[in-house]
Unconditional design. Sequence first.
Length: 406
Amino acid sequence: MGNKQLLMKVITSILLITCALPAAAVSAEDGEKAKQGLKLATKQHALKQLELPDPAARFVYDSGLNFTYPDAVRGIYVTGPSAGGSKMSELTQLVESTDLNAMVIDIKEDHGNITYKPEEGSPYEDIAENYIDEPRKMLEELEEKGIYPIARVVVFKDTMLAEERPDLSYTKNGEVWVNGRGEAFVNPFMKEVWEYNVEIAKQAAEMGFEEIQFDYVRFPEGFGNRDDILSYNQGEYADLEMESVQKRVKAVTDFVAYAREELKEYGVDVSVDIFGYSATITEAPNIGQNFSKISSNVDVISSMIYPSHWGPYFGISKPDTEPYRLVSEYAKVENEVLDKLEDRPTSRPWIQDFEAPWLYSGPTKQYGKAEVEEQIRALEENGIHEYLIWNAVNSYSPNVDYTPMN
């Protein structure tokens, strides 16, 4: 039995060796392939590494229109009815025949309406006032004339949305709260409101506007005094461990940062209108505007520095009667604030071309050629070369020199 077992072991060993030969050949072939793969990998690693932009370049929407940013934006305000009506030719002629070069055109106005008819089925159909029949055609004409277009989008003052969605607004005794002028606001804490307005801004960018200007980026005036009598939702801000003032500031600032990020792929500048006095204080606690924080998140900051809108300030008892001095004093303060920012935006204040009879019991200070030029001169002397001119009904003073320093 022992010999048979030994013989069987020998035979088994021979068979195993014979079977192993092809397997060894396959392994050698795989090994050679592995060596070739290693050489290839070594060669690939030796190739020069491609340098990619940091961050990588993003897709930028092309509207098909081409506007050149002016040497300095000098613009006027244009309502929806003016932009879509016969007055547009008059305003266009004003810009073409002077050193003006830009228009701020209402796309979403103070009541909450958009000023054009959107595509059928759009969620914005119900808020559309068809003032501008063909916004694209309007922009093509502005392109042809070299007039820089800015779309104005009013954000948190929005009676239309507040009445439709009280849950996005403020209520008192179960009714949507309105201010003394009968205007309702929507709630900056609610991100649904952010999205609603930024989508309108995107539509404006797709039309061909070069810049989106957000207005009423704030809580209602005097909100801090009403905070405890109004019902509203703080959304994601409810659980933050900070006082109410800082929550308001954070919500407003966060909206601006969100809007700018969302609009990056459209290649448009983002600007914000802000109360001028916000630059003179740390922050406006009632309305949630912090000048420095908002300015750090925009391309352009547009302070509303109408002399008529200031009480006694800068040692001036009646600022409306001293437009040059008021604007000059303001500009000094703003420059100090903006100079402290790491990424300073362009300053482009709103100046005044209208009267303020509510300030006077007797004759009203008139605004015309001299008063508009005084404001522009005060800005220029302080190194601020851009401005926008406000007149609510778009009736601008004749014969103004819009570059009086030249």
